[in-house]
Ligand binder design. Sequence first.
Ligand SMILES: Cc1cc2nc3c(=O)[nH]c(=O)nc-3n(C[C@H](O)[C@H](O)[C@H](O)COP(=O)(O)OP(=O)(O)OC[C@H]3O[C@@H](n4cnc5c(N)ncnc54)[C@H](O)[C@@H]3O)c2cc1C
Length: 300
Amino acid sequence: MDSKKPKIIIVGAGPGGLSAGMLLAHRGFAVEIFEKAAQPGGRNGSLQLGEYKFDIGPTFFMMDFVLRDIFRQSGRDLEKSLSLIKLSPMYRLFFADQQIDIHDDENKMAAELKRVFPGDEIGLKKFMAKEKLRFLKLFKILSRDNNNILRAASPDFLSALPAFSIGRSLYDALGDYFKHEYARLSFTFQAKYLGMSPWECPAAFSMVPYVEHFFGIYHIRGGLSETAVVMARAIEEDGGKIHYNSEVKELILEAKKVIGVELVTGEKILADRVIVNADFSYAMNNLLPAGTLKKYTPAK
Ligand SMILES: Cc1cc2nc3c(=O)[nH]c(=O)nc-3n(C[C@H](O)[C@H](O)[C@H](O)COP(=O)(O)OP(=O)(O)OC[C@H]3O[C@@H](n4cnc5c(N)ncnc54)[C@H](O)[C@@H]3O)c2cc1C
């Protein structure tokens, strides 16, 4: 490890903290992760009961290209680290009196729509073509840091604005493609992944069903929580340390800068940078010393 590289503390070994840890450890930063649970994964962890292991969160793996990229940037091949099984059909939807298999293969999906909701197979072609354009515009700007207000005035941000379809719901937007109520629901229920209803979820999230239909979804042999196990191993192979059962009580501040963490045991660890992978509102309300917050006060 390059001793001149900054030391980085990461609070939490969920998918976010593990991704940051993999990328930074591979680049030679001295990474230390403090995780309050006894295992990695956060909401994508597992529960072991005797010889059985249960995933506690995600049921299927989508947008594989994001994790593939993180592995590639960490000098690894996702395919060699995890056994991915592409699902075909992706899932089967049951309505009161009908059922339909959902495929990422466009021809199979069109045939299934024709069989169950005749006429809506034509909408699928339109959906795939139009939503591809939306995805290409939005994904680019959603995958970068937009914290700086000037970013919102950049040409690519402005040109993507129409793709947000502001004022329209996901359910409205999908009505452009599908006439049968159930067909529309088959392409809008994904709003629940975001904890929303299709009637309230902004139309821009039609990216989610598009991503499913274009890229497909996977099961991971051994459960989705295996991802966390493999990512944690990669961090350790690259010299990073993960401390389990180590809850951070508070961030240590010097002036306005976070310079380390204090664990519930009272131990204080300093670092050049601290990344907080815990939920934002929880972190703001619990991990900052009283009286230090100006913008994100508990009342706000
Ligand atoms: C039932 C369920 C189903 C889901 N299904 C899917 C799905 O199918 N596909 C999908 O992509 N996503 C799914 N998700 C969402 C996915 O699990 C989360 O988006 C993801 O886990 C968030 O990752 P994260 O790293 O941001 O946070 P988390 O997973 O919450 O990780 C945060 C970590 O920080 C640790 N931590 C917090 N505070 C402290 C502290 N003070 N000190 C030390 N450690 C701390 C926590 O213990 C945790 O390990 C599902 C979630 C649930 C609950």
